[in-house]
Design a protein. Sequence first.
Length: 279
Amino acid sequence: MTALKARSSERPEADGDQVTWAAGTQLLARAVSLILYLRERDEPVTVSELAGALQIPVNTAYRLVRTLELGGLVDRSHRPYVSLGLRFMDLGLAKQRQVTRELAPVAQPVLEALTADTGETSLLLMPTGARAICILAVEPSRAIRLSYQPGHVLPLYAGASGKVMLPWVSEQLIETALAQGEGQVLAGGGRLTASAIKADLKAIRACGHCVTHDELDAGASAVAAPVFTRSGQIFASVSVAGPTSGFTEARLPALIDRVVAAAGEIARGLSKSWSGEAT
């Protein structure tokens, strides 16, 4: 009986739950990969190009495209090309409203005070897969400033705002970010390596903040700190970013202290909000 069970787990019945689950997971993974590929390409592609990029049969790519088209998630109105569907505009706006409704009452005043105190752009980012997305942004009134709009996607392997969250995401996401970052050329001209990113993660975990210069934007610097949930999971990051001229060695300690304090204030405010207490 034991031998039979072991053999069954290695090669389950064709109509068994394990086969159905695995097949369904593979199909879902391929659909997600297709959507993300269309986003990364940021231009219409043919089904054959999709199949080649995703390394799947052309017939499978056609089936995925037809299914996603029914939900408005891909657009084939300009055949033979495929692009993201207009339904994502609706989904994105719905998610933005939800996140803003939940986070803005707590985080917006903190970011506004942070910008008033530092004179730099203040950002709240959240991890999304192996990337980070800007949720809230407060800019100073001066003419020369760094500008990021809510919805802007940033990597986790570079730039203080994203990188400061990387040590606390899952091992799988860390490996994905390392693979994404390997060989990337930074705005300042340096080339990333996985070993350098790992060293940064060790330093970030030890000190609890991240400072970067000329990584995503030439002439720009940032200071960031993580925001954790009550259970200690990474939730977001708070950062100030602006022209490198404002991030001098003499000024950095004060900026770090202010950003870390803002991250803690947002974490405490969110904890109270989630527990139903008055903020």
